[in-house]
Design a protein around this ligand. Structure first.
Ligand code: CUA
Length: 173
């Protein structure tokens, strides 16, 4: 009896330890090495210098006709809170985090942009239909995680280019 208990313990304890060690890198629900080798950025100076300063956030038309959207995720907001993009145009989203792991998702689509502090994540979107889409955070990032949302408004291209002429960053917040 005693030896079967001991054998059981000798089996369960190492398996549990192995599972904890294997599970650890997946805390961000993708392995941490997924973020290694990415473009690095200092989360402490995001708003002070470089690509993600306040004036550079939001939508920007690119020479190749695509639209680049730059956003910052931080507990518990996305900045900007709302961006406008054109329908049926390639939208490249570049997201960084100022603090924790976050995941920007687009309701009703499979789009997701996960970020950890210190690296830039870039993903491509293309919206076939105009409309307003909610963008909730889908990575538990703290007590107010459930209240962390942004919005994206997808409009006809001519409406988008008209807006951009007067509203740098195509913001709707
Ligand atoms: Cu940010 Cu959850």
């Amino acid at each position: 009896m005693r030896s079967s208990k001991l054998r059981w313990l000798l089996f369960v304890v190492p398996i549990t330890l192995i599972l904890i060690v294997v599970r650890f890198p997946y805390m961000v629900d993708v392995p941490v090495w997924n973020f290694l080798g990415r473009e690095r950025i200092d989360p402490a100076t995001l708003h002070l210098q470089g690509e993600f300063v306040e004036s550079n956030l939001g939508s920007a038309e690119q020479p190749d006709g695509s639209v680049l959207v730059r956003m910052i995720a931080q507990q518990y907001v996305f900045v900007p809170q709302c961006v406008v993009v054109p329908v049926d145009v390639l939208v490249r989203v570049r997201l960084v985090s100022a603090d924790a792991a976050h995941a920007l998702t687009v309701a009703g689509t499979s789009y997701a942009v996960k970020v950890v502090p210190g690296s830039v994540t870039e993903r491509e979107f293309r919206f076939a239909q105009a409309g307003e889409y909610a963008m909730p955070c889908h990575e538990f990032c703290g007590t107010a995680h459930a209240a962390m949302w942004a919005h994206i408004k997808v409009v006809a291209p001519d409406a988008f280019y008209r807006l951009m002429a007067s509203n740098t960053g195509g913001r709707c917040d």
